[in-house]
Design a binder for this molecule. Structure first.
Ligand SMILES: Cc1cc2nc3c(=O)[nH]c(=O)nc-3n(C[C@H](O)[C@H](O)[C@H](O)COP(=O)(O)OP(=O)(O)OC[C@H]3O[C@@H](n4cnc5c(N)ncnc54)[C@H](O)[C@@H]3O)c2cc1C
Length: 401
């Protein structure tokens, strides 16, 4: 948000956020944190990040604009400011990104009053970590093919099946769960639940990524029990509720806290610094017109994407299809990948030195980061799917087969 567009209260809040973040920025954890919240596996990192999120929530940087009965701070037009300041301040990320970015918007849109009042405050404070149990071995892009079954027994549901790629499943207290109560109806046969993870019917097994990390899991549901009061929406309305979650995951949700880590401009600045610090053929990479041209091209896309994001506040431009935020997930994830690709190019052969190698520049941050950028271009709908959605729902093109 440009400073000029702020009301005096908003400008005051922005100044408060800046000062608070500088004063309260935590000392680094003794061992480096993973690059993003979805890779955290060390319980001491979890404790450090939980404490940080709780502190930011108390200060009003999370749930700034939400009503107090849901645990919010009751301000107006302040969340976007808080989130932008958090992302620009180089502070640790919020661990409960699925809770903030997906559970909260879903509950606000589709939850009962009791569900909102019970579940929202511990999401903000990171007391309850959430995970998302949508994908299955045979249901990723084609999510409606999911097979996990939900059978009603009295006032509870018995769930059987398996989920895959479940980020933070190893720490989560609750899962946003899609299961099928009717096998004969692809879309109308799905129901949406808030499943407690701490129960004998749920087993979580880590999956190792190509980076060597294991922030996501397989989750096996073997007669797992979910009370009917933990159903979101009507029986058979799970697909509609899932759209509320996915709209947020795809970039168009109601903001309640900065869910991503470093802003693209921070990464951009690091790439420029890398080009200035690296010498090739007797001169700084930054002074080579070819490299400079490559960097400036991504710089332009980064700036354009940021300005485009700001236009999302103008309802008439955005339309019901949420066209601008949906573009944001696509362009943001691809820009991040391009930035890391450039960094690897600048490093040349040294880019093959990975985390743990004492000769690796920046402790292997760039090759690790490059691989991790694929999270953004795959999870929550791959770039191809995101393009299909923009083509079909925003531009009105013919549906892909
Ligand atoms: C790091 C990471 C974290 C994740 N975390 C979670 C999580 O917490 N919870 C969860 O439920 N899921 C999670 N996922 C899963 C993610 O949502 C799926 O990987 C994603 O939806 C793609 O599904 P898939 O992997 O089954 O690929 P597939 O659907 O098999 O797709 C394979 C390829 O085919 C392309 N493709 C498929 N259909 C089409 C089409 N119609 N048009 C054009 N191209 C198409 C895709 O773009 C992709 O390139 C995570 C994934 C990653 C990588």
């Amino acid at each position: 948000m440009s400073d000029k567009a702020l009301s005096s209260e908003q400008a005051e809040f922005q100044a408060f956020c800046r000062a608070w973040l500088q004063e309260n920025k935590p000392a680094p954890h003794p061992t480096p944190l993973p690059q993003a919240a979805y890779e955290v596996t060390d319980p001491s990192h979890l404790a450090y990040l939980t404490e940080w999120q709780a502190k930011c929530y108390e200060a009003g940087l999370i749930a700034s604009d939400l009503p107090q009965n849901y645990g919010g701070h009751g301000m107006t037009g302040c969340q976007q400011i808080a989130s932008a300041e958090v992302r620009a301040a180089g502070v640790p990320y919020f661990i409960n990104w699925i809770g903030l970015g997906m559970a909260v918007p879903t509950l606000l849109e589709c939850g009962t009053e009791a569900q909102k009042e019970t579940f929202l405050p511990p999401i903000f404070s990171a007391e309850h970590i959430w995970c998302q149990g949508f994908s299955e071995p045979g249901a990723g892009s084609d999510l409606a093919s999911l097979q996990a079954s939900a059978v009603k027994e009295g006032d509870q549901w018995v769930i059987n099946g398996s989920k895959v790629w479940t980020s933070l499943g190893h720490f989560a207290q609750y899962m946003l769960l899609l299961a099928r109560q009717d096998k004969s109806d692809k879309y109308g046969g799905i129901t949406y639940f808030l499943a407690p993870m701490d129960q004998p019917g749920i087993t979580v097994k880590p999956i190792h990524k190509m980076t060597g990390e294991s922030g996501f899991n397989e989750v096996f549901l073997d007669n797992a029990i979910v009370g009917d009061h933990l159903r979101v929406g009507n029986v058979g309305d799970g697909w509609k509720v899932a759209m509320a979650t996915l709209t947020s995951e795809r970039g168009a949700g109601v903001g309640v806290g900065a869910v991503a880590g470093e802003s693209p401009m921070l990464v951009m600045a690091q790439v420029i610094q890398l080009a200035k610090d690296t010498r090739r053929n007797g001169r700084r990479v930054w002074d080579d017109p070819v490299w400079r041209d490559r960097i400036v091209k991504v710089y332009e896309r980064t700036e354009a994407s940021l300005y485009n994001g700001r236009r999302a506040r103008i309802k008439a431009l955005n339309g019901g299809a949420m066209r601008i935020p949906l573009q944001g997930k696509l362009t943001g994830s691809e820009i991040s990948q391009s930035l890391h690709q450039i960094a690897l190019g600048i490093l040349g052969l040294k880019s093959s030195l990975y985390v743990g190698d004492e000769n690796a520049p920046a402790n292997g941050k760039w090759p690790l980061g490059y691989m991790n950028t694929y999270t953004g271009t795959i999870s929550g709908g791959s770039s191809e799917i995101q393009r299909n959605i923009l083509g079909e729902r925003v531009l009105g093109l013919a549906k892909s087969k």
